[in-house]
Design a protein around this ligand. Structure first.
Ligand SMILES: Cc1ncc(COP(=O)(O)O)c(C=O)c1O
Length: 206
């Protein structure tokens, strides 16, 4: 199908929640992407850092094929050997004991918010004004960007937003009611300090 036809069909049949550049991706090879017209790009997005195995990765494709031929979606209602093996590997690599598997970034943010609330029995969560944490109601409340928040107000209560890159602003915003600080990258040293001083959750969902 031709590029213009695909773009036209997208406009007609897909909800317009994203503005996309005017080319259509066809295939990839390693870190390279090729559009339908054959133009080559370096993929610096990498599935928003979630699928960094490269495009057309043979080993990955073979593993997926093998699994799909054996068992597809078995839901969380049942045990599977593969899930447990992956959880064990992630626990070893992260140094943490348990995993929560989710389908998207927003869903993992939701889980982190719920975990913080349940664990601390408090509801106040601090994130940053510039932050994007997803589009579900909990993750949207954590998201600071006003343009994304505005059409869906009133949002889930209990969130406040401070300027990004300012650990002192976060410390100032923490009160006895604070359950968690939600941040993205770069704050590891500061949040370690806050975790120690304030004994609060520091959420890093991705
Ligand atoms: C920091 C961060 N958190 C959460 C999300 C939401 O992830 P998803 O689109 O998979 O729900 C994103 C997506 O861009 C993100 O960048």
């Amino acid at each position: 199908m031709e590029t213009n036809k695909i773009i036209g069909l997208e406009k007609r049949h897909v909800m317009q929640t994203y503005t996309r550049p005017k080319f259509v991706l066809g295939h990839g090879n390693g870190c390279y992407l090729f559009d339908k017209k054959g133009k080559k790009y370096i993929d610096l997005v990498g599935g928003l850092a979630t699928c960094l195995l490269g495009h057309g990765n043979k080993k990955f494709a073979e593993a997926l094929k093998k699994q799909i031929e054996k068992l597809t979606n078995s839901t969380n209602l049942y045990y599977t050997e593969e899930q447990v093996k992956l959880a064990e590997k992630l626990a070893k690599l992260s140094g943490l004991s348990k995993c929560f598997f989710s389908n998207s970034g927003a869903e993992s943010v939701e889980a982190a918010i719920k975990l913080a609330r349940k664990h601390t029995k408090k509801i106040h969560i601090i994130s940053t004004k510039e932050a994007f944490h997803g589009r579900t109601f909990g993750s949207l409340a954590a998201t600071g960007k006003e343009k994304i928040r505005k059409p869906f107000k009133p949002l889930l209560s209990g969130f406040s937003h401070v300027k990004y890159g300012n650990a002192s602003a976060i410390e100032y915003a923490i009160t006895k009611k604070t359950a968690a600080v939600q941040y993205f990258d770069d704050f590891r040293r500061d949040t370690n300090r806050m975790r120690k001083n304030w004994k609060i959750f520091c959420i890093r969902a991705r």
